[in-house]
Design a protein around this ligand. Structure first.
Ligand code: ZN
Length: 403
């Protein structure tokens, strides 16, 4: 074979390889990885993919993720932004395509710099969020507020909170009911309990919601106005399905540390024993107890720590810490798949591709490309490579040529 033809063949193989590896790492890899995930069956109530059982209308398929931290204009390097946002977009879009959730919750810290971004930068961040997390009308997207969206307690103000609520078209503390399941959504950044104006407003709302829910759970005695007359003290209360709520918020309820957390996405061993600070890493003991006593939630889902953990509060109330969805915060991001009915729930975790895997594939491909370049050089030129580069490759190729 003429030398030029062999060099062109090598160049074509290299080009095809580069395109193939790029397509695999940036697009195709997400499909086999997320395809391994499935909706968990409901315990004692059917379920499975599509979720049978569990009350009227079947079970609800809910996907829960957290801490996307879209980088802003100040702290974000453009390549970091491009890389991690593409990963989240592909992960989310592939999950929607393969798993078809009916509702998706994002548990706050959507943006990294919402706490200080200018109106122009805020608009730009919001535009990118809507592009990345686009979805069909079959899927409802519900977004909760985190400290990076409006600032920690002492940084937040009404204007930041209102611009967040305006973008996501909802109040940050409310009850959302779907298929008979009550989701209690809480602005946990405002649970400092120090009487700040936003804290007071959120607490008043929680008192009202607690009354509404406890009145909904009470059985109404027959009255002269009929069997469904209001229970005493419940006049004017808003009716909800009579089941305890699932509490969703950004901050976890108070826990001492992550020492008891296990699993492949728990905090690293050297960090697990670090004590959490109340009102910074977790809610205060007082606010946590208030939420538990007022609402008696059957499940709590929270974010903020970027690592996975399962906790049982007061031997009765399970909480799951949902890890970050971004490669920027961890090598193995994930999301929760929840099959829910009015009475029960079942959870599983779905991991996205690991960043280290993608880097390893690119590094291996780079090494092969370098080898091909050396081979092409040997074939196209009679000038020998420097010994440090050649490494005897030309000699090997030279031998091989004449076999
Ligand atoms: Zn946070």
């Amino acid at each position: 074979m003429p030398r030029l033809l062999r060099v062109s063949g090598l160049a074509a193989a290299a080009l095809l390889g580069v395109v193939g590896v790029f397509l695999f790492c940036e697009y195709l890899l997400y499909y086999p990885v997320i395809r391994r995930c499935a909706w968990p069956p409901l315990v004692g109530g059917g379920g499975g993919r599509g979720g049978g059982g569990g009350g009227r209308g079947g079970a609800l398929r809910a996907m829960v993720l957290s801490d996307t931290h879209l980088l802003g204009a100040v702290g974000g390097h453009w390549f970091d932004k491009l890389r991690r946002e593409w990963q989240m977009e592909r992960g989310f879009q592939t999950a929607l395509w393969l798993l078809r959730p009916e509702i998706v919750f994002i548990l706050g810290d959507i943006f990294d710099e919402g706490k200080w971004s200018s109106p122009t930068n805020w608009e730009e961040d919001v535009r990118r969020f809507h592009r990345m997390f686009r979805h069909s009308s079959d899927t409802q997207l519900v977004v909760l507020v985190g400290n990076h969206d409006i600032g920690f307690h002492y940084e937040m103000d009404w204007s930041k909170l209102q611009r967040f609520e305006k973008v996501f078209n909802s109040s940050s503390t409310r009850i959302l009911t779907k298929k008979g399941i009550n989701f209690l959504l809480v602005n946990s950044v405002a649970l400092h309990g120090d009487g700040c104006p936003i804290c007071r407003s959120v607490e008043q709302e929680l008192v009202k919601l607690s009354r509404d829910l406890s009145c909904s759970l009470q059985k109404s005695p027959p009255t002269s106005s009929g069997p469904d007359g209001p229970t005493e003290g419940c006049e004017g209360a808003e009716k909800h399905p009579p089941t305890p709520p699932i509490l969703l918020q950004h901050y976890p309820l108070y826990r001492v540390s992550d020492a008891s957390c296990t699993g492949e996405d728990a905090a690293p061993p050297e960090e697990r024993h670090l004590l959490f600070r109340e009102k910074y890493d977790v809610l205060s003991k007082e606010s946590s107890q208030k939420l538990l006593q007022w609402f008696k939630p059957r499940l709590i889902l929270s974010g903020h720590t970027h690592s996975g953990c399962e906790v049982l509060h007061d031997n009765r109330y399970p909480e799951v810490s949902v890890p970050s969805f971004s490669w920027r915060n961890r090598n193995n991001p994930s999301f929760i798949l929840a099959t829910l009915s009015e009475e029960s729930h079942s959870l599983s975790k779905c991991f996205l591709p690991e960043e280290s895997t993608v880097i390893a594939v690119y590094t291996s491909a780079g090494a092969v490309l370098l080898l091909l370049a050396v081979m092409a050089h040997c074939l196209s030129s009679k000038v020998p490579l420097p010994p440090c580069l050649g490494l005897g490759l030309c000699a090997l190729i030279g031998k091989h040529k004449y076999l």
